[in-house]
Design a binder for this molecule. Sequence first.
Ligand SMILES: C[S@@+](CC[C@H](N)C(=O)[O-])C[C@H]1O[C@@H](n2cnc3c(N)ncnc32)[C@H](O)[C@@H]1O
Length: 261
Amino acid sequence: MDAISQDNRARWNALARANVEYSRPFLDFTREQAAEYIYRHGALKDVTGKNVLCLASGGGQDSVAFGLLGAKVTVLDLSDVQLERDRQGAAHHGLSVTTIQGDMRDLSVFLDNTFDIVWQVYSVNFVPSVESVFREVRRVLRPGGFYFVQFANPFVQAIDEDAWDGRAYPLSSFYVDGEDLAERFSHWDVAQPDGSKVKLASPHEFRHTLSTMLNTLAKEGFIFLGLWEWIRSDENPSPGSWAHVTQVSPPYLSTFWQLEG
Ligand SMILES: C[S@@+](CC[C@H](N)C(=O)[O-])C[C@H]1O[C@@H](n2cnc3c(N)ncnc32)[C@H](O)[C@@H]1O
């Protein structure tokens, strides 16, 4: 584990202990909600009995959803606490899950062609470059298998909600591949149930340009199936808030790919 992953392991453990929204297991999820969630893109049809890797997607959300649909679920994540949430979610629903602590850039714990589906919610931006991740996903995925990968919209990733000037959010930084945004955004404010906020160190989070993302996936033999933009649709969020930023521009892009057969 390199210095970035060591930092991010500690920082994600702290965020999860503070119950950041990405760390709250889906304890009330039903099978119907799981089906709506997993099948919403129309790319996956029936995951019963499929070998699924939730890659750097700990926290007890996606693992629970796949488990409720009858998939055989493995979660690989860096954070001890995130993996604990997956075990908690599985135990709550009477499901089984395999949890492995590791770095998404090194999947050597898995044999070639192990998985039917690799499912990676927002996490690839926590490593400085994507090449090793996509190479490893290609290796552990069987030919014809599916890869879901969500990533930051690189055009709007560096927008600072506090920089609202009454009219717009300035795009003030250069468009640099591999830039570590934690150097500019040093803290996350994690909301607590009593309305207070806990300030915690940001995980290292890197910008990957669109050409880097798409061209690296294509080079590894992934065939593009579709792209979805996540955009908030609340009414009248206050300008200068994260809710407003994410209604003005989509912060996350989700993509589905299929490995050459
Ligand atoms: C935003 S969370 C994604 C999962 C979450 N359940 C969600 O709701 O989106 C990002 C995850 O990436 C994991 N992570 C960060 N860097 C990683 C790395 N190098 N290898 C594996 N996991 C990593 C973190 O521990 C965290 O669980």
